[in-house]
Design a protein around this ligand. Sequence first.
Ligand SMILES: [Zn+2]
Length: 381
Amino acid sequence: MLDENVAKFASSLFKRYYLKNRISVDSIASREFGFGDFESKISYRHKGFGSDAELQQYMAAQAPAFVSYSASFYRMPAGRPMENKGWFGAELVFDLDATDLHLECQNVHGSSWVCENCFSSIKDETIKLVEDFLMPDFGFSEKEIKINFSGNRGYHIRIKSDDIFELGSDERKQISDYISGGGIKMENFFPTINQRNTKLEGPKPTDYGWGGRIARGMIELLDGGEERMAALGIKRADARMLLKNKSEIIAGISSGNWDKVKISKKAEFWGGIVEKMTVKQSDSIDRNVTKDVYHLLRAPSTLHGDTGLVAKKIGSLHSLDAFDPMKDGVAFGARDVKVHAGKVNAFYMKDRQFGPYDSLDVEVPLYAAMYMMLKRVATLA
Ligand SMILES: [Zn+2]
């Protein structure tokens, strides 16, 4: 439970925020909205708005702690049950959350806290998803790919394109399976792998899709040396054997010849390494969100009730690179507020360090006070 005084304080600030700031949502009349309070992200859904003015009015009057909307488009977004809404298509969405990366730092600070390493790792994964998959393999243009900060631990990607608009849940699942590298069949990339006494042919770094990714990954792995291979679970003796022949192997892979080094049981050997490589690739997307067209996700430009940060729209890949959630997502002002901080890890907001604190009354700018209080690690003093 959020402290009662904090909830009252935060509600009034959210209200003031929405009186001053219009939220910016496209295709309002076709989307379903859901709202939550500080205890539950979605406590009320099946809400529709006929116009932008109606939505702004609602926001200013209710100032919900969480605002979510559908990536799906409906003829009657408020209809219920779901079948009565008249679904006619959906954006393709990807939900990337630092928690899903299982980073080592999370063992130290827990999964609800987000450190600098969490922020930069999830941003890297988001850029990778766009640059390595969505643009080259699926051919989406940068214009079709909309990115926004989730307001807490990650990013949301939404793609609006005629090519995917009417895809059903199964087809969406196939897309996320492809990205995650699930079910990669070695024979598809190494056509001769199960034939005895034949040259092992495989993908080249310049190949399209996963083939090229496997070839480039293998070269990177060889360049990374023994420790990198060991970290992936490759036996040290195998790693050394590969490294001894490194330049020949790399030259071979560059032209699709994976037979530069003689290995017995090559199917198992290469298969094992490729599997280890791909498993690491994409833990980062929540596949259920991509598949579930009825899922509601944070509406861009609204506040996140667990942080007080704005789910900012990010204009381009280039601006994502420079985006700092704890600076560019800050919604509240800098007037001093006295709070009682419990156990709080150090964090940075607007390039300023706060904490670490351990049961201490501190005076901090409003934005930092809200962040700690909504993260439930501080209360009003
Ligand atoms: Zn972390």
